[in-house]
Ligand binder design. Structure first.
Ligand SMILES: [Zn+2]
Length: 394
């Protein structure tokens, strides 16, 4: 898939690179510290199992159709076809969003920009927030003994009862409370492992859990809070430790973006979509600390019949892919047009833009070609990248 992506970008006359984490990066425009930088991001990986490509009229079915090849086709089309009059546009595509997310976390650390559009299936709505996500585990330690004399040991499995009660009470007693956009945080125990031979009192038991966070709680803050909460609730005979189930992976914190940010308003106007939260964890969380970040794309996570993304019936419509491409293209052209200010801002609300217009008037004819190229309807790539949608991983 990555080869096809790189070949497609090259065929459009750009010069893609692959960074040390396997991200594909391509840039348009010239880096300049005072000019705006907009990033388009999504991912090339999909969840298993493979579901074959099928085209039925406007509907494309198959694994990844909406998560996230449809969004990728839209962003790629917008990247290649938009007129970039000033500033810089970067396409940054990650390889492991569905698993370790090392690519997204690395981009968050290395790709500084004034705005980020993250392609995921939102049905053309502009999503300005998402829950954070953390998989953790609590290891309880007791003392082993012969099971015929259970009183000689400290049975780690017996601590699971009070531990589950403590998890149930966590949010009521220590949680951040509900968030107006993202709702309530959740904490769900999802796996229990422990014990060995049936004639031995078990010394160790591990309860794993899934935490979905809402601001202002960070995953780090949650872990500290959970540790002191459990210390109060677990019987004193036991020792325990709380840690990450996947310590080598980054953990996306919850994020929200100001609904009044120019990027949000511009994209919402261009797409006609609503502002809302995204219903799944996303790599957008790694970009949001750097600047306004939105999740946007064709397709849906679920429809009236049930789950769509990650399900056997995954699909996207070509018309929605094209509409998403058009909305992103329009957004790029508005944001990377004439504002010389590093915030992404839209005329005529932006004071620096008005200042720039006055400045340009004094430059007169020199600036005319730039203005014209920004205004001309772009005809480079009227269709979406269908090959991307058809690609079947081996
Ligand atoms: Zn996705």
């Amino acid at each position: 898939m990555r080869d096809l992506l790189v070949e497609t970008i090259e065929a459009e006359g750009h010069d893609p690179e692959i960074d040390e984490r396997g991200n594909v990066l391509a840039t348009r425009g010239v880096p300049a510290p005072d000019e705006p930088h907009l990033v388009l991001n999504t991912h090339i990986d999909t969840v298993p199992p493979h579901v074959g490509y099928e085209l039925e009229g406007d509907i494309v079915r198959g694994r990844g159709a909406c998560d996230a090849k449809g969004p990728l086709a839209a962003l790629l089309d917008a990247f290649c076809s938009a007129t970039v009059s000033t500033g810089r546009l970067t396409l940054a595509i990650t390889p492991d969003e569905e698993t370790a997310q090392l690519g997204g976390a690395y981009l968050g650390d290395t790709l500084d920009a004034d705005g980020y559009i993250v392609g995921e299936p939102t049905g053309l709505d502009v999503c300005i927030g998402a829950l954070g996500s953390f998989g953790g585990e609590i290891t309880i330690r007791g003392v082993s003994a012969h099971a015929s004399n259970p009183a000689d040991g400290i049975n780690a499995v017996r601590a699971v009862g009070p531990l589950l009660d403590a998890l149930d009470r966590y949010d009521e007693q220590c949680g951040p409370g509900g968030h107006e956009l993202l709702g309530e945080p959740t904490l769900a125990p999802t796996r229990i492992e422990g014990g060995g031979p049936l004639n031995q009192v078990p010394a160790e038991c591990t309860v794993s859990f899934d935490r979905r966070t809402v601001p202002p709680e960070t995953i780090e803050g949650f872990l500290d809070g959970l540790e002191s909460h459990l210390a109060q609730w677990l019987p004193a005979d036991y020792s325990f430790e709380v840690g990450a189930a996947y310590p080598d992976s980054p953990h996306p914190d919850a994020f929200t973006t100001d609904p009044d940010a120019c990027l949000v308003k511009t994209l919402a106007e261009a797409s006609g979509g609503e502002l809302r939260a995204f219903g799944a964890a996303t790599e957008a969380s790694y970009f949001a600390p750097n600047g306004p970040t939105v999740v946007f794309g064709p397709g849906v996570l679920a429809d009236d019949e049930g789950p769509v993304a990650h399900s056997e019936r995954e699909y996207v419509t070509r018309s929605e892919v094209a509409a998403a491409a058009g909305a992103v293209r329009k957004t790029i052209e508005q944001l990377l047009w004439w504002c010389p200010h590093s915030d992404l801002c839209v005329p005529p609300t932006c004071v620096p833009t008005l200042r720039a217009m006055l400045l340009w008037t004094s430059f007169g004819l020199n600036m005319l070609p730039v203005l014209i190229s920004g205004m001309v309807e772009n005809q480079l790539m009227p269709t979406e990248h269908n090959k991307i949608l058809q690609y079947a991983p081996q």
